[in-house]
Design a protein around this ligand. Structure first.
Ligand code: CS2
Ligand code: MG
Length: 402
């Protein structure tokens, strides 16, 4: 089998997505997600200008060699743009392999290690009462794990809390929005949110919380300690993780489990965090972390140190990434949990898919390959629109991590 052509499809069915479609001489094609929120066209151009010409004529079954060719062969390594482009190729090739062999991709990764993939979704509200209502709604829909975010009194805009009761969407069309942030107000408030949630809903539901890189290690240590009575499933991204040893300090002070890595793009970003057992869950996304090939290696490395997976699954990752995460998640032994943020109906129409949700779990479905397609004529009717993630400043105007 040979790759005969490949092309990039950029569309915006309610939000921007970049998709790579690889065709073969046997008529089988594969799809890979190449979406990098707020920097979409950089990856589209990296793919079409620099990668696609090198793919023609190659055997799509050689996923390892093609991965190494694109990683080592470029000389310039790592970085979100490069690794997202490599991921798009890798995922499309796994899709082709599955279709050509007439089997779901999870069968090529070791088969099913579990019946279903435990997922968590996002509850939020302007205040504690609204967040509690939102958590209850998801519990009624069958979710066994829910992430809870709430507006903080005295803070104009908190991460994960949309204005006007809309569902939370990370990027907004137009130029970046700016919000103001107070760590002090947040740290004083957060324990009261989880205290109320535990009192009202009991201990069974898994509760998660995303700090979104906003604290220093010692502040994160305080937060983790103050949340211990409410036994969270995890505290996510307590602080930026470029300084991996910063997590040692958090770890020494709290038994609240720690998840990080949604902005990582290489196994090297996880190296100290995992080998020192400073984290419990690794969140590196399949689409930004070099695809199924590299995510599998990262998960296997994590398994040696009792670290489990919690792959990123926000709406800026297309249904193709969601499917890839489900196929990998159902296959690996050290799977932990999968994030599931609902795409809009229009996005789901552009990317019809075989995966499904029932009673707190997701299932990849039994379609050959990844089980996701693209309706290109519908996609064409929703062209790209520039969009950015927001930017955050402290109360005195200093730029901080959003
Ligand atoms: C997030 C995302 O899902 C998460 O945990 O942190 O909402 C993240 O902000 C976006 O994916 C950024 O594009
Ligand atoms: Mg997050």
């Amino acid at each position: 089998m040979k790759i005969t052509s490949a092309r990039v499809i950029v569309c915006s069915p309610d939000r921007n997505f970049v998709t790579l479609r690889i065709e073969t001489d046997e008529g089988v094609y594969g799809l890979g997600d190449a979406t990098l929120n707020g920097r979409e066209l950089a990856v589209a151009s990296y793919l079409s200008e620099h990668i696609v010409p090198c793919l023609i004529g190659r055997d799509p079954f050689q996923t390892e060699d093609i991965w190494q060719y694109l990683y080592r062969g470029a000389y310039w390594r790592r970085g979100p743009v490069t690794m997202t482009a490599i991921a798009a190729v890798d995922v499309a090739l796994w899709d082709i392999k599955g279709k050509a062999l007439n089997t779901p991709v999870y069968n090529l990764l070791g088969g099913k290690s579990r019946d279903g993939v435990l997922v968590y979704t996002h509850a939020n509200g302007g205040d504690i009462a609204e967040t509690l209502d939102s958590v209850r709604r998801y519990q009624q829909q069958g979710y066994l794990a829910v992430r809870a975010q709430s507006g903080v009194p005295g803070v104009s805009s908190s991460y994960g809390v949309p204005k006007g009761g809309k569902s939370y969407e990370p990027a907004e069309r137009g130029l970046p929005q700016e919000s103001r942030w107070s760590t002090e107000r947040y740290l004083n408030f957060a324990p009261s949110l989880f205290e109320k949630l535990r009192v009202e809903i009991g201990s069974d539901l898994h509760l998660l919380h995303d700090v979104h890189h906003r604290l220093t290690p010692i502040e994160a240590a305080r937060l983790g300690k103050s949340l211990e009575p409410y036994h969270l499933f995890w505290m996510e991204d307590p602080c930026p993780a470029e300084l991996q040893e910063g997590f040692e300090l958090i770890r020494k002070h709290t038994v609240t489990p720690i998840a990080t890595g949604e902005v990582f793009n290489s196994i090297w970003d996880t190296h100290d965090l995992i080998r020192n057992q400073w984290i419990d869950y690794i969140r590196m996304t399949i689409v930004h972390g070099g695809g199924i090939t590299h995510a599998r290696k990262t998960a296997d490395f994590a398994a040696l140190y009792h670290v489990r997976t919690g792959f990123h699954g926000a709406t800026d990752l297309s249904p193709i990434t969601m499917a890839a995460a489900l196929h990998l998640g159902i296959a690996i032994h050290n799977f932990g949990i999968q994030e599931h943020m609902h795409h809009t109906t229009l996005t789901d129409e552009v990317f019809p898919h075989a995966y499904s949700f029932a009673e707190g779990y997701m299932y990849p479905g039994d379609a050959p390959g990844l089980g996701v397609d693209i309706d290109e004529s519908l996609a064409d009717r929703h062209p790209y629109q520039r969009a950015y993630l927001p930017v955050a400043r402290k109360l005195d105007g200093t730029l901080t991590d959003w």
